[in-house]
Design a protein around this ligand. Sequence first.
Ligand SMILES: O=C(O)CCC(=O)C(=O)O
Ligand SMILES: [Mn+2]
Length: 231
Amino acid sequence: MSCPARVCGWMCRSEPRTIMAKCTACFAEPVVSLFPATDLQLPDAELELLGRWLAPEMADLWLQQLLEQTPWQQPHVRLYGRAHRVPRLVAWYGDGEAGYRYSGLTHQPLPWTALLAEIRARLVATLGQPLNGVLLNYYRDGQDSMGWHSDDEPELGANPLIASLNLGATRRFDLRRKGQSRIEHSLWLEHGSLLVMRGPTQHYWQHQVAKTRSQCAPRLNLTFRLIRSPA
Ligand SMILES: O=C(O)CCC(=O)C(=O)O
Ligand SMILES: [Mn+2]
């Protein structure tokens, strides 16, 4: 059964899940259980992939609106003394105090748009945890990418929760242990899916979205975070 109002895109099923959520759009039922998430059994990590967090029609709409509304930027990073543009477009939104460092720079947040505030509200309802910022990454084609890193900036605190929403083209998300070069696990992140990383994941693991030579449509990824202390 899906949301009776067909507004919110929640898929309501009877299977018990640990994550419970109120439908923030329709409020038709006090609580709906989310479809089963896949628990990814990696040691020293807590990862859950909710493959259809969002109904495809809603995911299409959000993708289109976010692509149009966002003032995309392509900041530089310094690598071995030389400035390079990051290989994707980005934008940072958040509460006023949620300044955030990425690509070696501190970024002041843009104010929440109505759509991003709505997505945040749904995630907070799903996860039961506050979130005060979101990094948008726009991968225009298969040549856009994100290199190996952990989301372990000090302002995220110990054991940060990262709620990562995927819209558009399916891309591969690789994981490797810190200090090792071998990819230990890969996931396909599909349109409308939500990947939740928490617990010690960022202490022990790195992740990347590698370039691909395959024909690849645009993809948006939104990583919602809680900035605990300003950058
Ligand atoms: O695009 C993705 O799936 C990963 C994004 C990411 O790792 C980040 O924003 O820190
Ligand atoms: Mn990351």
